[in-house]
Design a protein around this ligand. Structure first.
Ligand SMILES: [Zn+2]
Length: 310
């Protein structure tokens, strides 16, 4: 059960290649105060405003990742796996310092981030956490027959369907009810993926410069090219759930609603959230309390502390 806002106790660092830039990047996650949300800081930039708050309004168009940008045009790419892991572990406030233009891709999943968060411990504030309570359905059509919808539900549920023109991925479907325990088992280990036929075009477009079999599932004509194959059945659609949760968290709140999508991607999920938030009759912002905590399981951190003062 969760109703209080949290941050982490101990700062931690994670380093690795940026999947699109190919740069080696180090990021440091630190605790932050109540109601500060998730904030990224570009430490390689000092002459301009280098603070980028993770909000839906700060998202900008980007290919194959989620990018946020501040008023000065300073941005950070590929934040979605970090946002997803923070959301899933119930960490509402954190400062994330990074020395390059994108977050490290690590092994392509959220597993290393989850392990680091659990190790860092969780500090609880005495303030309730806000959530988006969906009142009516909102839907959006995307490119190539894709669509997404969010509607009322007493909890957070995600039903996704993907359809890729390579039998290594093919059609996959998942109906997922969010709990952080099921996230750790089913969603966090699911790696990002691509089709070999797209790799050349991505690299010509300056993307996927750091992509490799160490950080992505690659399929080619029905075959998984990675040693050891997949980590689980339907790993690709489970990774889409991971991405979707990261993008939902750009609302800055937890979400109580049911998301359904066909061929979802970052741009589609972000557009859906923008459309939802633009229509004030479609949602209410509520606060969880001791009497009305968020339903669904949250994993117990090995280290938990109460904030001395908020
Ligand atoms: Zn992803």
């Amino acid at each position: 059960m969760k109703y209080l806002q949290t941050t982490i106790i101990q700062p931690f660092c994670l380093s690795g290649i940026g999947v699109h830039s190919g740069q080696f990047i180090t990021t440091r996650v630190e605790p932050s105060g109540v109601n500060t949300g998730i904030c990224f800081w570009r430490e390689d930039i000092s002459v301009q405003d280098n603070k980028i708050q993770a909000t839906i309004d700060n998202t900008v168009n980007a290919q194959l990742c989620t990018r946020i940008e501040n008023q000065a045009g300073i941005g950070i790419n590929t934040i979605e796996h970090f946002m997803s892991a923070l959301f899933a572990m119930g960490i509402d406030n954190a400062n994330i310092f990074v020395d390059g233009p994108e977050m490290p891709i690590l092994d392509g999943s959220a597993d290393p981030i989850i392990k680091a968060l659990l190790n860092a411990g969780q500090k609880q504030y005495s303030h309730g956490v806000k959530y988006l309570h969906i009142l009516k359905s909102v839907s959006i059509d995307g490119e190539d027959g894709s669509w997404a919808q969010i509607g009322p539900a007493s909890d957070l549920q995600i039903s996704l369907h993907i359809d890729f023109p390579d039998d290594g991925i093919g059609q996959q479907q998942v109906d997922y009810s969010f709990t952080s325990t099921s996230y750790i088992e089913q969603i966090a280990p699911a790696r990002t993926f691509c089709m070999m036929r797209d790799v050349v075009n991505m690299q010509r477009a300056g993307l996927a410069q750091g992509g490799s079999l160490e950080n992505a599932i690659v399929v080619d004509n029905g075959k998984i090219l990675n040693d050891g194959g997949l980590r689980m059945e339907n790993e690709c659609v489970n990774h889409k759930v991971l991405d979707c949760l990261g993008d939902l968290f750009l609302s800055g709140m937890l979400v109580s609603g049911k998301i359904k999508a066909f061929k979802p991607g970052h741009a589609l999920t972000v557009s859906l959230m923008k459309m939802l938030l633009a229509d004030k009759s479609s949602y209410e912002i509520r606060t969880y309390t001791e009497d009305t905590p968020r339903a669904g399981g949250y994993v117990q951190f090995p280290k938990v502390a109460a904030a001395v003062s908020a």
